[in-house]
Design a protein around this ligand. Structure first.
Ligand SMILES: [Ca+2]
Length: 183
């Protein structure tokens, strides 16, 4: 999934995709900041238009809990947000959650969790600079995990802000993503 934005194809960190842009918007790999490795995703968001960079749509299981975690460095203004989006079999978005990280000129982690709603067939992770927001931010090490509800209950009780993941979760996630991508 190229979670650290290190691998470039034609100058772009595939399989992430950039939403069609108004001309004032830019996003792409950058070596100006990196949480791990030498690159991160730089998102420049001008006020008045939106910018979005997203993963491919991955299979979603209704009732499962999904958590996306990433690291964010804010150069100026407001950092881009991170969404979990769920789509039905027809491709219509039927649910989402997002996190709006605080603006810090250090690397900070941010996470968003959501239950896949009934009817969910796929999900994606979206790094999104909103229309009204303005700023430059860097994003790195995006990890998507899936857990069963019983584990989620314990997780939420012990970690109300959801900023840590259970032991082994990154490995499980990597294996799961690997399975999905290489299926
Ligand atoms: Ca990186």
């Amino acid at each position: 999934m190229n979670p650290s934005f290190e691998d470039l194809t034609g100058g772009w960190p595939a399989p992430w995709t950039l939403d069609p842009l108004p001309k004032t918007q830019t996003a792409g790999p950058s070596t100006a900041q990196a949480h791990t490795g030498t690159r991160s995703l730089r998102v420049e968001n001008a006020s008045g238009t939106a910018v979005g960079v997203r993963t491919p749509r991955l299979p979603a299981v209704p009732g499962s809990q999904y958590t996306a975690t990433s690291w964010v460095y804010t150069e100026s203004g407001e950092p881009a947000t991170m969404f979990l989006e769920f789509f039905n079999a027809s491709g219509t978005r039927i649910g989402y959650e997002f996190v709006a990280p605080a603006a810090n000129s250090t690397w900070e982690d941010a996470s968003v969790s959501a239950l896949a709603p009934a009817g969910a067939a796929t999900l994606d992770v979206l790094i999104y600079g909103a229309v009204a927001a303005e700023g430059v931010s860097f994003h790195d090490d995006v990890v998507l995990t899936r857990s069963v509800p019983s584990e989620v209950e314990l997780h939420v009780l012990s970690e109300p802000r959801g900023h840590t993941t259970p032991p082994g979760a990154p490995e499980l996630s990597a294996a799961w993503i690997d399975g999905v991508v290489n299926a």
